[in-house]
Ligand binder design. Structure first.
Ligand SMILES: [Zn+2]
Length: 290
């Protein structure tokens, strides 16, 4: 699943190539139409595919930014600004190519769901193998309340204090620390991989109750989350399963992980253990993490 560093990688690559370009033509895959007819909303949310096509065609991509694990496209059409909010779900990927046939990786090629033609020989294509990704066209951020509840960006100066304040609240105090750092209302953009790594580096057991961790240790944990995310951005993200950047390339952070997916602890060589926390499998070292 793409996490913050992977989404950041996509945004950094998209910015220089598609900002200020106009979407001349929109193609939506047959699967999206069938899903809508079946009463579901694969990928395109809150609109029919026809409405989405009519709205997006002719829009100019003014700006692309990342907020937590969302990609915000600020769009302009006929003097009106709208926000297209995209979440990559489990396996979403953007490809910037001269022609749709240039998306050569078979598993993505078969799952190209939203295609924007920017010029005769320029396409921006959203492919999504498992179709858990989302696109929402909003007049205002308030039209989609989950966006308002997001914690500040982890790199913001106030994010650490915000995290400590949340940890002190009764709502989070009694929960396992891993469940709390993976909650987007407490820490923005820290998913399973990076939560696992930050907890290992600070020697905290993922199942430990927040109330049993001292404030200073929580602050260190938050700093470690920021460090792990920063390192991963530098390595182009982790490609554990299907993550690809806009040129179809994988990241390399998976080679630098110390605990996620490991059989043995790299520090003490004890066999790692796993526990399900907040529905996600959590690796930890029973010897090093308490
Ligand atoms: Zn260990």
């Amino acid at each position: 699943m793409p996490e913050l560093p992977e989404v950041e990688g996509v945004v950094r690559m998209l910015k220089p190539v598609v900002e200020h370009k106009t979407i001349q033509r929109v193609i939506v895959s047959p699967v999206i139409y069938t899903s809508k007819e079946a009463g579901k909303e694969a990928i395109i949310k809150g609109q029919t595919p026809e409405q989405f096509i009519a709205a997006v065609q002719g829009m100019t991509i003014e700006r692309i930014e990342r907020h937590a694990k969302y990609i915000f496209f600020t769009m302009l059409k006929n003097g009106e600004q709208q926000l297209l909010v995209n979440h990559l779900g489990m396996s979403g990927a953007w490809f910037h190519v001269a022609h749709p046939d240039d998306v050569t990786e078979g598993k993505f090629h078969k799952h190209m769901h939203v295609m924007w033609q920017l010029a005769d020989d320029e396409w921006l294509i959203y492919a999504d193998i498992r179709r858990f990704g989302e696109m929402r066209l909003l007049h205002d951020i308030a039209d989609y309340p989950p966006l308002l509840a997001m914690a500040p960006e982890p790199f913001d100066a106030r994010a650490s204090d915000y995290f400590l304040e949340k940890c002190a609240q009764r709502k989070y105090n009694n929960k396992a620390i891993k469940a709390v750092i993976m909650d987007g209302q407490v820490v923005s953009g820290c998913g399973n991989i990076y939560a696992t790594e930050a907890l290992f580096r600070t020697r905290i057991h993922p199942g430990r109750k927040v109330s049993l961790i001292e404030g200073e240790q929580l602050r260190t944990l938050f700093q470690e989350i920021v460090t792990v995310l920063t390192e991963s951005i530098a390595f182009g993200g982790s490609s554990i399963s299907d993550y690809r950047n806009i040129n179809g390339e994988a990241g390399s952070m998976q080679h630098h992980l110390q605990m996620y997916g490991m059989k043995k602890c790299p520090m003490c060589h004890t066999n790692t253990e796993q526990q399900i926390i907040a529905g996600r499998n959590s690796f930890y070292c029973p010897n090093c993490q308490h």
